[in-house]
Design a protein around this ligand. Structure first.
Ligand code: 2M8
Length: 443
């Protein structure tokens, strides 16, 4: 129990509640992030969820990943959403019909999915399963079965999403980053004009169960929809999307950090199952090097995203800028500079009373304590941060971040995100990855 203020019996109770939440969100062969707000299967959510199950329900951990990969596209893309066929008319927009994925030759024949992806944390999830699942032999067998699919997913990112062969994959929609309305995207979204008349008619559903003021703005949603429409008009043909000047093309720090880590982990999986780890090690090094060359910002003491349309770094002081720690990308001098900035009032200093770590620098004018990816604390980001800091020996801060992972649900329930200063919970309740990552932290 890394949380000194919570008793063993309270921790036990908290873990039981977390398991109940996952159980309630379980839909026969996969887990939804939330039964009301997100009634389908989401790609990176499922990996975090499987990491929690790994400790106590290996069947479900495997089923979770298998179900997700059933939706893998023929070109290797693992889709952001695999739709829940029994909930096609549930409270979620954009639903399956809107994506029109059948226009693409690469879409799966029968499984219903969206047409974009999410951060590539899947190989990392499989290695986690091998490390922590009770039956290691079985986990290794599972990893062998999934191996070709993991390889084809990584290959997709390096072949389709890296046109200049830099070792960095681009994302083409804010939803692909997992951090939908992060301030990182402001400069790009503000820049591109859309003709309202050309925008397809749509109705948002994300504000039915959650306060609208915690969600992205309607201007942001228009842009999200515009981009989906842009892709479906081009039949999800990657070259066409590029040639027609897709207005959103970003080499994202978190996405590429997770790609680098996933390659390191796929190399380890390969060694364990008797395959050649070399190509994955090499890819990891290439991506790490490219991130240090292109995305490191010495002045800001963190990594920045790169906008491929303007050929400029995007200077947004987001927590994601510290994530390369997770893939051991920064060297000794970089890691110290990053920590010196992280450990300030901007992101919660060790001596502060707040809960680390807000998703955006608190000193920024546009910091918002309760708006989605524009300030609140997210448990998955805390989990990645604590794993990263741990590798560099920042033990005190690791303790503090892990403490947040436990204290926040203890104080405010298993919410989607939390206020760094008050610990109040926001967004939807009974949120799956909050439950799963709390379990992983407690096990
Ligand atoms: C949020 O994103 C979805 C779109 O993918 C949405 O708002 O509708 C993000 O927090 C994302 O990271 C997460 O995977 C998803 C489901 O929890 O919700």
């Amino acid at each position: 129990n890394p949380s000194p203020d919570i008793s063993e019996s309270d921790c036990k109770h908290l873990a039981d509640t977390a398991k109940k939440i996952l159980n309630n969100n379980w839909k026969d062969s996969f887990t939804v992030p939330s039964s009301s707000q997100y009634p389908h299967q989401w790609s990176w959510d499922s990996v975090f969820i499987a990491m929690g199950y790994a400790h106590y329900n290996q069947d479900r951990a495997e089923s979770e990943l298998r179900h997700l990969f059933n939706g893998q596209w023929k070109n290797g893309m693992v889709p952001q959403i695999v739709f829940n066929s029994t909930e096609l008319n549930g409270d979620y927009f954009p639903g399956y019909e809107f994506w029109e994925i059948n226009k693409s030759d690469n879409a799966p024949d029968t499984v219903k999915t969206s047409g974009i992806c999410q951060p590539p944390i899947h190989s990392t999830g499989v290695l986690h399963l091998i490390k922590y699942a009770p039956n290691r032999e079985r986990a290794l067998k599972f990893a062998s079965d999934l191996f070709p699919k993991l390889v084809s997913w990584h290959n997709y990112l390096y072949s389709e999403r890296d046109p200049n062969n830099e070792g960095l994959a681009y994302i083409r929609h804010p939803w692909e980053s997992g951090q939908d309305n992060s301030p990182i995207w402001d400069s790009i979204l503000d820049e591109f004009e859309i003709n309202k008349e050309e925008l397809p008619e749509y109705e948002r559903k994300d504000d039915i169960h959650v306060n609208a003021d915690e969600r992205p703005s309607s201007e942001e949603y228009d842009k999200y929809v515009y981009l989906v429409d842009f892709f479906r008009h081009r039949n999800y043909h990657e070259k066409q999307i590029l040639d027609d000047n897709c207005p959103f093309l970003v080499q994202d720090v978190l996405f590429n950090t997770l790609l680098c880590k996933a390659n390191r982990d796929l190399a380890e999986i390969a060694s364990l199952i008797g395959k050649n780890p070399k190509p994955f090690k090499e890819s990891a090094e290439r991506t790490a090097e490219a991130m240090n060359q292109k995305l490191w910002n010495e002045k800001e003491q963190m990594y920045n995203d790169f906008d491929l349309q303007t050929s400029k770094k995007i200077q947004a002081r987001v927590l994601a800028g510290f994530m390369p720690l997770y893939a051991k990308i920064p060297d000794e001098s970089q890691k110290q500079k990053m920590f010196d900035y992280l450990n300030t009032h901007c992101f919660c200093q060790l001596t502060d009373t707040c809960f680390p770590a807000p998703s955006y620098d608190k000193s920024g004018d546009d910091y918002s304590a309760r708006t989605y990816w524009r300030g609140p604390v997210w448990i998955n980001m805390n989990w990645l941060l604590s794993e990263g800091l741990d590798q560099y020996g920042f033990d005190d801060y690791v303790k503090q971040v892990k403490n947040s992972i436990i204290q926040l649900p203890f104080k405010s329930g298993f919410r989607e995100y939390y206020d760094t200063d008050t610990g109040e919970g926001y967004g939807i309740e009974n949120f799956s990855w909050t439950a799963a990552l709390l379990l992983d932290t407690l096990y």
